[in-house]
Design a binder for this molecule. Sequence first.
Ligand code: SF4
Length: 390
Amino acid sequence: MSMRLFETAGLTGIYDKAMSGTRLSAEDGLALYENPNLNAVGALANIVRERMNGNLTYYVRNQHINYTNVCNKGCKFCAFYAQKGGPDPYTMSIDDVKNRLRMHLDVPIKEVHMVAGINPKLPYQYYLDLLRAVKETRPGVHIKAFTCVEIVEIQRQANKPLAEVFADLREAGLDSLPGGGIEILSDRVHMELFDRKIDGAEWMEISKAAAEAGLLQYATMLYGHIETIPERVEHLVKMRALQDETKHFVTFTPLSFHPEGTQLSHLPHPTGDGDLRNIAISRLMLDNFQHIKTFWIMNTPQVSQLAQWYGADDLDGTIHEYEITYKDGEQGNKSQVLTRPQLVELIREAGRTPIERDSFYNEVEATDELHDPVRQAQKSHAPIPLAVMN
Ligand code: SF4
């Protein structure tokens, strides 16, 4: 990489830190957000990305279940919950969930991701039955479920200490917690956009309790609404500090805000510059997170392809149904799928090596037509086949 790129961008100080593995400060984070040279910021992030994850880009075969859109929180940035003039209310029965899972039994899905609204009519037993139903229908699958906001509601229904709730949920099948729930760790944004949900301090307490209960968690940041650049940096610094303490976060995913259908529909749509920049700065600031994900549902497959050179080493997965953000703003289009060949092609075309993973980034053995001779040679230390090298 030419030093000239970083010199002309005024980034030699941050380049030196990135090269020596020195932690970036909040001031460095602000400087990266304000730097007009996106390619230089991305190239810096790529140095760190390749040092941590080489040429590999991960993906997972997963399925999302959003079990209810009934919600009493009324977050202003949310287009998912049932409201007048918006989506009709639904709550899946346990049989509905089983049937949804059975629709894809032909696909060797490794992870079921379940998040939903806060429906106060759902009793504690519903959540336990939900987990058990997934494990019964899909034995061995990893269940990533319930944001910290859902955990608060589940504990309220259970009416017992959080540690006991986590023990019950784990016994029923819960394997990890997703990110989300706090959106951005800013009291100002919390008060303006989602004041009926827990605040940042409470979110962090629940996250710590999850870590103490032995659960791993995934972390996110929702950006592009009313938050300021210093608030984004503050979020990254706080997440990094929490990870220093708990070491229980697996991946960080910057999530771009899509205003359509929300109370903030007057705000602009995400841009490619914004999405790539947030991925790159997350990679540079979060030196204690092994993986940075580009969530293609929000960033689009096209931007996600480029993001692999701006710090991202994970494209998420096949998804199947996702009801929270719709493709191209199409309300009601629940089917949002990239097939495995499509994901692999997005990664290969970008010049990266696709690796199918489980929820903890263990490599899943390739057993079908996507058998990659380069990867096989790398794994067996055999010479790479000449036909492939050509
Ligand atoms: S973001 Fe979650 S908690 Fe807030 S309104 Fe939407 S579904 Fe409810």
